[in-house]
Design a protein around this ligand. Sequence first.
Ligand code: HEM
Ligand SMILES: *[C@@H]1O[C@H](CO)[C@@H](O)[C@H](O)[C@H]1NC(C)=O
Length: 514
Amino acid sequence: MVIFLSISALIFFFFLFPISKRLFQKRKNLPPSPPSLPILGHLHLLKKPLHHYLTTLSNRYGPILSLRFGSRPVVIISSLSSAQDCFSKNDIIFANRPRLLAGKHFGSQYSSLSWASYGSHWRNIRRIATVEILSSNRIQMFSAVRIQEVQSLMKDLFRDSESGKTVVELRSRFSELTFNVMMGMIAGRRYYGENVVDLEEARRFREIISEGSMLIGTLSFGDFVPVLGWLDFGGVEKRMVRLVRRRDEFLQALIDEHRRRKKKVDSSLSMEVEVEVEKKKKTFIDVLLSLQETEPEYYTDQIIKGMLSTLLAAGTDTSALTTEWAMSLLLNHPDVLEKAKAELDIHVGPRLIDESDLSKLPYLHCIINETLRLYPVTPLLLPHESSEESIVGGFNVARGTMLLVNAWAIHRDPKLWVDPTDFKPERFQGPEGAKEGLKLIPFGHGRRACPGAGLAVRMVGLALGTLIQCFKWERVGEEKVDMTEGVGLTMPKVQPLKAIYKPRHTMLNVLSQL
Ligand code: HEM
Ligand SMILES: *[C@@H]1O[C@H](CO)[C@@H](O)[C@H](O)[C@H]1NC(C)=O
């Protein structure tokens, strides 16, 4: 009897289970799915970089694909129209985030802006981010920080070249630049280069940031096979906890310092002077502390710390890597570089570009769009999760399904783009080109789309524009710049970009006065 039972169990497992699963899938009208293993699902198939592999799978099985990462059902979308479906008609249904280990720790128990699921708490902090911190008005108020940092980079490059240097490694320059810009806006401090207040503090914080992105980057199997999570292989969770403690201590010290300074200003100055000082010196921390004064129960220090770390994590690497991809593309396409230079010479002339010039530089903007098309630094956006059953592209998608949108594949879809893999900023020129722009989703779409897109385009535009204006750029050697995409939380170039440069004659005056 026992033997009979176990044999029938075996038969069921090996023969009937796959067939019944297939029938079940048909009946439930689920999206197509490659064969999978028990427990692991499709985890064993996943190769890196993930967005390449998912593109291959979609080419084979269709633009809407259902997979299982361990115990988690996942749907992968690689068609623009289905992506737009998910983020317009079904926007609220897909506005949750999956509860992954990184969100538990780095997202303070899924409470931070990027990790919180849809609901009144998320709507509240999202409103603070878009209205109080990343609105175009507020961003405008901080343009001096960005200009100062970009000019300081030009000054360094110029000095190095005066002392005989001809080659520069750009990746570290760009990440120092964006980090200084973000910290300048957040706390009014620099962490690289001259006038760094506290070198030791700066060193500690950079360590925290780089270990953080490494830890999030390591795909945690515990997220998909819970048993492995309980065992905490490699101590990933322990390291996250320790790192988050150090990060929060650091941010708390910054907040406390701002609070002390604010008290001093409040008690020592008359109203008018105070208003002046506030206007000039206000940082993101000051903005958040003012909110705290009006509603202390809601805007706790914990909420403020969560907001600050979210902005840093979301804004720094993304902008730096996009600038690096753009410069790499320009070095491989000297004709495009020349055209950008001509546009700058005509519309700005021999003075340094300001952010207000960016609106006069449509070709530069086309270059940024074309860079984001070919190299979207978050190729799968951020993961979403459905809160209800819904229909996408004619297929049923169950509640609690993780949604990944393959922006990289959509940006290279031959059905959408002429010469999809060619770098052609011209495709975005003119009224016809503006329509092409609507097919881009590097910042996502709908209510969870990136709230920092405006800031990002300004940062990248200002940096690129100034670099092109001030220096002549060339590749190191005959070979094209290697454009291989690497693995990470954000999509880096495998080889950090190096370039040959020298100051342009027309800009020598300006550069020597920096
Ligand atoms: C080139 C630079 C950037 C790219 C490509 C980028 C891209 C993205 C993408 C694809 C998402 C997720 C959208 C989704 O869930 O579907 C996102 C979310 C987010 N981004 Fe950006 N981003 C960039 C720069 C920035 C900057 C500069 C900031 C702010 C300082 C920022 C802040 C955020 C935040 C807070 C979220 C989470 C929003 C939410 O979950 O509600 N990003 N970004
Ligand atoms: C760039 O793309 C955005 C959409 O991502 C679009 O709104 C804008 O018009 C485009 N700009 C240019 C110059 O192509």
